[in-house]
Write a protein that binds this ligand. Structure first.
Ligand SMILES: NC(=O)c1ccc[n+]([C@@H]2O[C@H](COP(=O)([O-])OP(=O)(O)OC[C@H]3O[C@@H](n4cnc5c(N)ncnc54)[C@H](O)[C@@H]3O)[C@@H](O)[C@H]2O)c1
Length: 255
């Protein structure tokens, strides 16, 4: 299937590493110009070098926290100057703190909520201003299976991801009249830094919950996100696509 993403301008938040970087590669492979963003300058520069040396597309680097208003404004001003337009925003950035509810302090609780939700709020508000109806703009938000069925030890993260799924629906209904399609995706278990605490606790149990019997490869997520970002998914709106290997499809897997 041809996704027709050549020449599109795409921003992926938190794309210095992990799933975000893989999404960037997948979209660059389809010919889209890529704006990488991360708070971590080292991984951001590595991702930039990797993409530039592999794909003949524009690669632009936006260093800063998308959850900080001044950073977001500065980065979007630079994006506007460089491209003048934004076609696809992928709100991928998130953090997780591995602490039970009673062990977490208010600062940690707020850190997760502010990071995971403010980043979507700020990036999306800024992005809408650069989106043009006739270029079929899209915003995609990263949720989590923890937002559907919470896992013990990650209350703030789970709740923030449930909020993101809910927000995705309101954003769709409010932004569709502007010509902007909004949807989201729920990645399966991918061995990245964010998931390490969960895997360290009980790796076999986690894999045993997946009917396909394996963890997700970042590419599994990136391929599905590329489809969602394309016009081929034009009628996928206001919903979260599960890319989890069927992790939540039954109560037990027979494995
Ligand atoms: N890995 C999994 O198994 C899994 C499962 C379900 C959902 N997810 C979701 O997928 C997304 C990507 O996760 P990942 O596994 O690649 O995580 P990761 O920790 O490997 O990468 C996340 C990146 O986002 C960056 N980041 C965080 N907050 C930021 C901010 N405010 N501004 C800019 N950059 C920021 C981090 O520096 C990091 O480079 C997240 O939304 C996560 O919740 C991951």
């Amino acid at each position: 299937m041809k996704l027709n993403l050549e020449g599109k301008v795409v921003l992926i938040t938190g794309s210095g590493k992990g799933i975000g970087k893989e999404i960037a590669k997948s979209l660059a492979e389809e010919g889209a110009n890529i704006i990488l963003n991360d708070v971590d300058p080292i991984s951001l520069t590595q991702a930039e070098e990797e993409l530039k040396s592999t794909f003949p597309v524009g690669v632009f680097k936006a260093l800063g926290s998308m959850a900080e208003e001044r950073d977001a404004e500065r980065m979007f001003a630079a994006i506007e100057q460089e491209f003048g337009v934004l076609d696809i925003l992928i709100n991928n950035a998130a953090i997780l703190i591995d602490k039970r509810f009673m062990e977490m302090n208010l600062m940690e609780w707020r850190r997760i909520f502010c990071n995971n939700l403010d980043s979507i709020f700020l990036a999306s508000q800024q992005a809408v201003k650069l989106m043009k109806r006739d270029r079929e703009p899209v915003i995609l938000n990263a949720g989590s299976f923890g937002g559907l069925i919470p896992a013990i030890g990650y209350s703030a993260y789970n709740a923030s991801k449930a909020a993101i799924a809910n927000l995705t629906r309101t954003m769709a209904a409010e932004l569709n009249p502007l010509g902007i399609r909004v949807a989201g995706y729920i990645p399966g278990v991918v061995l990245t830094d964010i998931i390490k605490p969960m895997l360290e606790h009980e790796p076999q149990r986690l894999i045993g919950q997946i009917p396909l019997g394996r963890l997700a490869d970042p590419r599994d997520i990136a391929n599905a996100v590329a489809f969602l970002a394309s016009g081929k998914a034009a009628y996928v709106n206001g919903t979260m696509m599960e890319i989890t290997g069927g992790k939540l499809c039954t109560q037990n897997t027979g494995r």
